[in-house]
Design a protein around this ligand. Structure first.
Ligand SMILES: *Cc1c(COP(=O)(O)O)cnc(C)c1O
Length: 361
């Protein structure tokens, strides 16, 4: 039996009701049903409806299920960028998406910020030939977030380009104005408290039209997961391939539970927990917030500099059955990352802060 509480930034703590839903799925033999059956179509429709309600998604948006956010990066470029994408790069995830463009034979252009820093939209010159502006709401590696109000500034100046927002480690926290972007996407192992293995892509009719136009021109959109194939199957509450039926089922159940609480209350709870952590970091002797500009500090993946090494932090926390994330990549030893997802209760976050304070001051 593992009683540890995982404050790692994904995979992370599982949503408290997941055990019950997994058991129900086993009892109902969800893993044995056909992905072409009416029963599956009802599961798909339920998950889609719960997500639409939870995120207040407008009718011109479609929801698609793919393998992971990494796959969605590839599909975005393959299906909607014939030549040029433009990326705001400020950490490892935004950088990987940018590199994907070159790997697919597209021209990826970028503006890059130092690790731990973000962007101020008024200072960014988007090249005229840009077909897709690729933003990251929450850069999980550095703990830098781009405020929704900043994301909303791109549309007016760049009406033609499609605007993509990576909200993999923050949705449902950002309350997007979906008319100011064209698409966003997430993976279930971050804020939805599930094991990894499902990516969810929200995209509007402009994105679909662009893919159809590229298809007409004879540009390859890839193979099984093209936007036209995904969308035509989604209309029948199905996927092109034999999909992860269990995870689509579990996501629907978890979002149903979240809907009972409400997105707004979940956001406020995340704010309360983030305040606890940042207030502590600011007074601590060994920790300090890694992101200098308070307005750009992530609420869902909090990154702190640590003077005593991240391994020592987890050594001490192990005695209390808790674990935080180490720094990302080169920053492994000098930083810790604390996930603040809906699955982390306020009580658990209070305990974490109390133990950090008791151990390290
Ligand atoms: C985790 C993460 C990804 C990649 O998600 P996968 O599920 O591993 O494909 C992409 N972007 C951000 C910001 C992430 O945190």
């Amino acid at each position: 039996m593992n009683n540890k509480i995982y404050f790692t930034p994904g995979p992370s703590e599982l949503y408290p009701t997941i055990g019950k839903h997994i058991q129900q799925a086993l009892d109902d033999k969800i893993g044995a049903i056909s992905h072409r059956s009416k029963q599956f179509q009802e599961i798909y429709a339920h998950t889609e409806n719960q997500l639409r309600t939870f995120l207040k998604l407008p009718d011109n948006y479609t929801i698609l299920f793919l393998a992971s956010a990494t796959e969605i990066w590839e599909r975005i470029l393959q299906n909607t960028v014939a030549h040029t994408s433009f990326h705001l790069v400020n950490g490892s995830f935004s950088k990987k998406f940018y590199e994907c463009a070159g790997e697919l034979g597209r021209t990826g252009l970028k503006v890059e910020a130092q690790f731990g820093e973000g962007f101020y939209p008024e200072q960014i010159a988007v090249p005229a030939e840009t077909e897709a502006i690729c933003l990251t709401h929450n850069e999980t590696s550095s703990g830098v977030s781009m405020p929704v109000a900043d994301i909303n500034q791109f549309r007016a100046k760049h009406a033609e380009a499609l605007i993509y927002v990576d909200s993999v480690s923050s949705l449902p926290y950002p309350n997007f104005d979906y008319s100011k972007i064209d698409s966003t996407y997430f993976s279930v192992q971050k804020c939805f408290g599930m094991p990894a293995g499902l990516g969810v892509w929200l995209l509007n009719d402009r994105v679909i039209a662009k893919a159809e136009a590229m298809d007409k021109k004879g540009i390859s959109l890839g193979t099984y997961h093209t936007i036209p194939s995904l969308v035509s199957k989604a209309k029948e509450n199905q996927t092109p391939e034999t999909c992860n039926v269990l995870y689509i089922y579990l996501l629907g159940k978890i979002v149903e539970d979240m809907n009972k609480i409400g997105a707004q209350e979940i956001r406020m709870s995340i704010d309360r927990k983030a305040k606890l952590v940042y207030d502590y970091l600011q007074t601590s002797k060994v920790f300090s917030p890694a992101v200098a500009d308070e307005k750009l500090r992530s609420q869902t993946t909090i990154v702190a500099n640590v003077t005593i090494g991240s391994a020592e932090v987890n050594n001490q926390l192990a005695a209390f059955n808790m674990a935080v994330g180490t720094g990302y990549g080169n920053h492994k030893d000098q930083q810790i990352r604390i996930a603040n997802f809906p699955a982390h209760s306020e009580q658990a976050m209070q305990q974490l802060v109390a133990k950090l304070q008791a151990c390290f001051g």
